[in-house]
Design a protein around this ligand. Structure first.
Ligand code: 4AD
Ligand code: MG
Length: 449
């Protein structure tokens, strides 16, 4: 028997009611009077109230119980009792207690702290119940993502992080020196490699960290974020949109099923999430612009360093937060906007055969100000048209030789999309800021801890 199995996890206490168990964890809270000390212990899986009664323990153990401070580490032995009134639902009648370490002046007190202070203490902030709940939802979102694809004919194909060229525009590249070969760039997206994977394995997904030197410092932008990118041979835009809807419905319903407790801690209105079932809404970019014009939603542009409002919203401009949030007010579920202007989208997107001014692109916007959750498209599968786009965008042709090969040898229609994990976690948890949706956020002005 392995030694670690001698210790009980708090989340499994319901299996051992009436037994004596040993828990290991940290002091979340503590109070005492007279012959009684109450310790709320947390071990990462839950919290349990441990009751130290002077008559049931040695003098030494009782004195230890009085000495402990918030976030001290302990091991506690006692008999498990179910008690609905106790925080966590169980009480431990303590028979023994060992201090592992006494914590001195834990910096995060129960009072409110400012954002800057909490961010600087992110390594400790993770221990608070809200942050804890968000990270558990994040883990569930990631599990749902993997289960969805692993169970439906997709193969995981990992993409490299060090890459020789840009994929999503050159303005947000992180550059690093790469031995004698010049520069390498941190991957902005694994998509181009996923396309090679799809032509080898049919349906694939790549899942990992991606990097953008984003100059936008908003509640929705990180410089390092996780993206899952499915890529499917023989899928057109319509198939791609259907898959994106199935996928997002699956993730939300999975989190609802497995994270009730966490969503409760986060005070999330779960009726809004219950409603996230197919069909979602869909609208072409052109119809969305008509809506913006009709509702007098302007675009705000920087001209000579001044914010200038332009109305009516001009066809051909990309949507930003202002337009997305105004537009999504009307919807209680995600909406896919499709067929964006060619100009505002990446070089690899397939132009619509009946109207080359637009590409077969899709963006899924979330309700409740969630912003863009998914970006994707059908890919240009024609050699000549793709080369034309590479040239038009002044991209280094040699770097894309291998990518062009995919259009030389057995090219087929294919499509895919990318879903941002932190944006999805932000939406589902209702977190205020994306920096709470990844353990150690990276933003323009933050790389510590
Ligand atoms: O729309 P994006 O840039 O699409 C791509 O990278 C495609 N290559 C994906 C594909 O077709 N395989 O990014 C996809 C998603 C966005 O919808 C958003 O959820 C997230 O990634 N995202 C970010 N999340 C946090 N911080 C940022 N700076 C993000 N940029 C994109
Ligand atoms: Mg996008």
């Amino acid at each position: 028997m392995s030694r670690y199995k001698d210790y009980q996890l708090i989340e499994k206490l319901s299996n051992v009611v009436g037994n004596e168990v040993t828990l290991r964890g940290w002091v979340y809270n503590q109070r005492g009077k007279g012959k009684l000390q109450f310790i709320i212990l947390r071990d990462g899986t839950g919290i349990a109230q441990c009751v130290v009664f002077r008559d049931n323990v040695t003098e030494e153990v009782f004195e230890s119980a009085k000495r402990i401070t918030q976030e001290s580490s302990l091991s506690v032995t006692g008999v498990v009792r179910a008690d609905e009134r106790a925080p966590g639902g169980f009480e431990i009648d303590v028979t023994d207690l060992k201090i592992i370490q006494i914590a001195q002046d834990y910096p995060i007190a129960k009072k409110e702290h400012g954002d800057a202070f909490l961010m600087k203490h992110r390594h400790l902030w993770l221990r608070s119940s809200r942050q804890h709940a968000i990270l558990r939802v994040r883990a569930a979102v990631i599990k749902a993502i993997r289960d969805f694809f692993d169970g439906s004919g997709f193969t995981l194909v990992d993409s490299p992080i060090l890459t020789p060229n840009a994929c999503e525009g050159t303005s947000t590249l992180f550059e690093t020196k790469y031995f004698d070969l010049g520069s390498a760039y941190l991957s902005q997206s694994g998509q181009l490699y996923a396309e090679a994977g799809a032509f080898a394995l049919g349906r694939v997904y790549t899942f990992g960290p991606t990097f953008r030197a984003e100059l936008s410092s908003t509640r929705k932008h990180l410089t390092e974020f996780w993206m899952v990118e499915p890529e499917m041979a023989f899928f057109d835009l319509e198939d791609d949109m259907d898959l994106a809807e199935d996928f997002v419905e699956y993730i939300v319903q999975y989190v609802l099923k497995t994270c009730r407790k966490e969503l409760e801690i986060l005070e999330r209105d779960t009726t809004k999430l219950e409603n996230i079932k197919r069909p979602f809404y869909r609208m072409s970019y052109t119809d969305a612009v008509d809506w913006l014009v009709k509702n007098d939603i302007p675009i705000i542009k920087k001209i000579d360093n001044q914010d200038v409002e332009i109305r009516p919203f001009p066809w051909g401009e990309d949507f930003g937060t202002v337009q997305e949030e105004a537009f999504m007010e009307q919807f209680d579920k995600p909406c896919i906007i499709h067929h964006y202007p060619t100009e505002v989208k990446a070089f690899y997107m397939k132009r619509d055969e009946s109207n080359p001014k637009v590409v077969c692109a899709l963006d899924m916007l979330g309700p409740e100000k969630a912003g863009e959750l998914i970006g994707g498209s059908q890919r240009e599968d024609n050699f000549d048209l793709l080369l034309e786009r590479i040239k038009a965008e002044n991209l280094p042709e040699e770097a894309f030789e291998w990518y062009l090969d995919l259009r030389r040898y057995g090219s087929v229609p294919h499509s895919g999309f990318g879903l941002g994990v932190e944006r999805t976690v932000k939406w589902i948890t209702g977190a205020k800021h994306i920096r709470e949706c990844i353990p150690m956020p990276r933003m323009i002005d933050r790389i510590y801890p």
